[in-house]
Design a protein around this ligand. Structure first.
Ligand SMILES: [Zn+2]
Length: 213
């Protein structure tokens, strides 16, 4: 089974992807870490990738496709998940080409949808412990004592990106870029939207039910 797993920043997609990996054995393709791993391996492909990233250039889509094919062949896994990929229509098309060359086909495009206002509220109320990294939410998971970590008494901080202004812009860019991708999968009859406005357990149950795993 091959799936793509999409969702806006802050939607909890990362957590759900981890659950699919840990509990359901999905092999995980995430572009950023694949690019880094390929470069670190010193392979011929990695050297070509580095020639772009070192120059601060975007890695061309043909190289992304090569990387996808290499991943599929090396993984040779029953369950594969593309996490946060494709980001745009060109990548969605290249993924289809890669899968075709590999001799397989996409089964599901799963989109974790969250109400935009909920998402913003979730983000601006997020706080981190500067010491142990524990994540709090002033509304859904507040610390016992305001501004102080329950674990170690260290001060809680807010990430610079977690303001309505910065995050709102990031979200807007994501939604604009992703809309054509969602339309592409909808037309192919492969788009499945999961309501992400619930607890982690409820959402992961809905995802597993959809995929029949
Ligand atoms: Zn702490």
């Amino acid at each position: 089974m091959i799936i793509v797993f999409l969702g806006p920043p802050g939607s909890g997609k990362g957590t759900q992807a981890d659950i699919l990996h840990d509990n359901h054995g999905f092999f995980h393709f995430d572009t950023g870490s694949r690019l880094r791993a390929e470069i670190a391996s010193g392979s011929e492909l990695g050297q070509r990738i580095a020639s772009f990233t070192n120059a601060g250039k975007l890695v061309p889509i043909e190289i992304i496709k090569e990387m996808i094919l290499k991943f599929l062949r090396e993984a040779d896994a029953e369950r594969i998940m593309f996490d946060g990929f494709p980001r745009n229509l060109a990548q969605a098309e290249v993924l289809d080409e890669g899968l075709k060359e590999y001799g397989d086909d996409l089964d599901y495009a799963v989109y974790l949808e969250i109400d935009e206002d909920n998402l913003l509220a979730r983000i601006v109320n997020r706080r981190f412990c500067s010491k142990c990294g524990e994540i709090y939410n002033l509304i859904s998971k507040p610390p016992k004592q305001a501004g102080i970590c329950d674990n170690d008494g260290a001060e809680l901080t807010q990430r610079k990106d977690d303001t309505e202004e910065v995050f709102g812009t990031r979200l807007k860019v994501y939604l604009e870029e992703t809309k054509p991708v969602l339309d592409y999968y909808r037309q192919a009859g492969k788009l499945h939207t999961i309501d992400g406005d619930y607890d982690i357990e409820d959402v992961s149950r809905a995802v597993a039910e959809l995929l029949g795993v």
